[in-house]
Write a protein that binds this ligand. Structure first.
Ligand SMILES: Nc1ncnc2c1ncn2[C@@H]1O[C@H](COP(=O)(O)OP(=O)(O)OP(=O)(O)O)[C@@H](O)[C@H]1O
Ligand SMILES: [Mg+2]
Length: 278
């Protein structure tokens, strides 16, 4: 675990300014990433954030998916106004007092965002520099799919304490997530570990069916020498609660999905506290 600490203040590309104090003073900053779309990054982001908030931490969520900003919907913040003051933008308040910033909060439903890379980077920089997060214990950064402009901007602008990689067990997802993992390592960040989402479906008779295959996340974690943070089952309740805007760890804490998220957060806390001690 000692090499995690070595990555607490990663080297910054030349010309990239230091982050402002308001970001530096957030105690732990974690990005949720995947090379692949639709594997559950946003679901993992809002549930990790909510589980941390349930444990009494002050938590912020930054949605850096500029063209598909789903965090407000997943947190029931569809018609919430955003205020700007002389000091900066005030984030919206989500469940459990989580502070939320997303371009989705500034758009009307159905408005498309047709922006090229530099403009997306500018929007992310604006969020990083001008949002008044206050004293946060954790900032969870939800990334869009891939290894393109937004993940690069985030990793260059926000010194991260770790990156969580999300995959499904399917070979095609693992391939893209391996790429994302290598990007993280190239940028000299430490991956916190892999979350395998949509691991299996439990039939009414109790049989566990691997709809997208079985064990892919564990295999990838072993091959790459990174921790497997958890295996999250498939449950239609995830879809139901997401559409209602309540993360499942809040809406149904005893659901096996919620229990799996609790284990993921236990592991994240353990890894980060070991890194601090070393
Ligand atoms: N464990 C799960 N069980 C059932 N449905 C799930 C689970 N995880 C995610 N989903 C559903 O799968 C879909 C994709 O999830 P999500 O939006 O979190 O993925 P994403 O990786 O953020 O997608 P994008 O790449 O578009 O940002 C959503 O409809 C979500 O509700
Ligand atoms: Mg998403």
């Amino acid at each position: 675990m000692s090499n995690i600490k070595a990555h607490f203040q990663p080297s910054r590309a030349p010309g990239i300014p230091q982050p402002p104090e308001n970001v530096k003073k957030i105690k732990k900053r974690i990005a949720i990433m995947s090379g692949k779309g639709g594997v559950g990054k946003t679901t993992v982001s809002v549930n990790i954030a909510s589980e941390l908030a349930k444990r009494g931490y002050s938590v912020g969520i930054l949605d850096t998916d500029i063209t598909g900003p789903n965090v407000p919907k997943a947190l029931g913040l569809m018609k919430v106004p955003i205020y700007a003051t002389d000091e900066g933008i005030i984030p919206a308040e989500g469940p459990l007092k989580m502070k939320v910033m997303s371009l989705g909060l500034m758009l009307r439903e159905g408005d498309p965002v047709i922006w090229r890379g530099p403009l997306k980077a500018k929007a992310i920089e604006e969020f990083v520099r001008n949002v008044q997060w206050g004293d946060l214990d954790y900032l969870i950064v939800d990334l869009p799919p891939g290894t393109g402009d937004e993940p690069l901007s985030v990793m260059q602008l926000i010194p991260l304490h770790g990156v969580v990689l999300v995959t499904t067990p399917q070979e095609i997802s693992l391939m893209d997530v391996r790429r994302a993992l290598h990007m993280v390592q190239k940028l000299e960040y430490k991956p916190l570990g892999i979350v395998e989402n949509m691991s299996y479906f439990t039939c009414p008779g109790g049989e566990k069916v691997g709809i997208f295959g079985r064990g892919g996340g564990r295999k990838l974690a072993q091959e790459e020498g990174v921790p497997l943070l958890g295996e999250i089952p498939i449950d239609p309740k995830v879809v139901e609660f997401t559409d209602k805007g309540i993360p499942i760890v809040i809406a149904d804490p005893d659901n096996p999905v919620s229990r799996a998220f609790k284990e993921v957060v236990d592991k994240i806390e353990e890894i980060l506290s070991q890194a601090e001690e070393s």
